[in-house]
Design a protein around this ligand. Sequence first.
Ligand code: ADP
Length: 642
Amino acid sequence: MPTIVLSRIMCPVRAGVTILICSFTILTGWFLNISFHTSTYGSVAFSTAFGFVLLSICLINASKYKKLPHLSLSIKVIVALYCVVSLLQDYFYWKQGIDQFFYSGQSGILQNKHSLGGIPPITALLFIMVSIGMIGVTYIKKYVSIFQYFFHTVTFVCFIIIVGYLFKIPDLYTFYFKTVTSFYTSILFFFLSIGASLLSPSTGLTAVFTIHNTGNIIARRLFLQMVFAIVIITYLRFQVQQYNFISSDLSVGLMVIAFVITSMFFTLKASKRLNDAELRRNIAEERFKLVVESAPNALIMSDSSGRITLVNLRGENLFGYTREELIGQKIEVLIPKKFREHHPKNRDSYHGAPVSRYFGAGAELHAVNKDGVEFPVEIGLNPIKNGAETGVLASIIDITERRKQEIQIKQQLIELKVKNQEMEQFSYIASHDLQEPLRTVSNYITLLREDYPEQLDDEVRAHLAMMDSAVSRMSMLVRSLLDFGRLGRDKTLSMTDCNACLSNVIADLNNLIVQNGATVVIENSLPLLNVYEIEFRQLLQNLINNAIKFRKETVPPVIKIGCTPKDGTYEFYIADNGIGIDKKYSKRIFQIFQRLHRSDEFEGHGIGLANCKKIVEMHGGSIWVESKPGEGSTFKFTISKL
Ligand code: ADP
């Protein structure tokens, strides 16, 4: 479809409103006996003005409101019939009084007005053509272009009449009729016929003025400029001749020269515009080619019959053909044999409703290269308008590598699943089977103690006590390992108010805080975050617990907690005034079972910070410590804002 542009001036509604206002003014003139409807340029008959009122209303309605179609049709038919009868009456010298409906002596409504004429024959003819044209373009769509020429004929006749009046050439406006069409009537018809032709803006000569193509734009400018120039030059020549400034021969000669110069000027201007447009089109084409050639995807354009019209470099590489080999071939050459037969049907259905479509990885599409090797592809289709023809631009991505990776990932996932199952089995073994021998050893120690109290000397008792504590420690380590493995297994994300979470942790640790005379200061409000709540709570608890545990004996613990937003994350800190940590241990302490102190100094199993690291990493964050021995430690961790 060509782009149609109806400018503010070239719009049926505006033409209709202008005619309506003018014809109303003329009617008012008739009623009030003011003669602005009459002059040396002829007068507009009452019936003519009334006809204009009716047809202009029909024009506005047809263009904008489209209401009461039957009434509108009837009005046009009545106007046409009235004019036909008036014409016949005039032609055959009937005296049926049809054109005296408004003004005949006794019965008319304007009895006392003078100079009221009936519709002149040429006016009646023009009314008939406009009314039939308007009926035709609305109801007989098949022949719109024929009816469009009714309007063009009216415009042309009016143009001749207007020129006749402007240059005072009666032959141009009287024809062979006695009663002539007035200058004003011609102008109103001129606008009415143009307005009516704009009801079908892409048909007939109107298309030259409405379609927004470079050729049309230049043609309409050239036409209007030339018409304007011709009228001005002819008018000047007419004036010059009328007042006898120069001889008639000289005035004709000057007119010819003026015509040639103006036509040359406008033609040069038009050719410059055309050249500019061509240059712009060439630049756009070059850019298009550049974009197509440098595209990372294979681009293949085909016409509605499926013939390839364009291939880019990536297309050549992907399919192994040169573009000369592909252009003109059917697109089916790039489709595996087993799908070729059905493809023309798919192609036709696409052309039936051409919209942008993307066939992603799930569509399981395959293409075939020159060597007959098939490969998986993703395809995006885009309809491309080329005048009346709609082509298709296919953007093709070879997803062979991606498929390989997907298969690899699938395999890795299966392996991971197997490993997880093994881990779970190990956990089971650790919790049941490993605990069992430990329990047996522990039971035998108790048996030895109870059954042989006499035989056991102090040294053996001490050895048994050592064994007992080693077994308990081993059992504790196995349990810790299990807990570490299980951590986050049933994790669920939820929007959590970190302030509430922290308050609960502090409440749980209340005994420890009171026993140690510790002070916990929350330095700023913590955010609302999407976290694994149970694990997040455990994280806070471990860090606060350590901050109290690793205190200086002489100084009561003071723990400061806060959080600051940083690069899409929240950075939490838990700072204490405890014993501090040497920088060289700052990584080691986060490994499982790594401790810096003996159990008799500070009890523990070296699992707390390993758990903290695992929890923070579950949230996509990181954890670290900033500390100096004797100067307290600040543990910091980040949690994503998501
Ligand atoms: P545990 O507390 O059971 O020893 P953790 O994994 O929690 O195990 O801590 C590992 C080690 O890191 C601790 O043994 C301790 O030496 C050091 N540590 C942890 N927190 C602090 C702290 N707030 N101040 C000083 N040292 C700490």
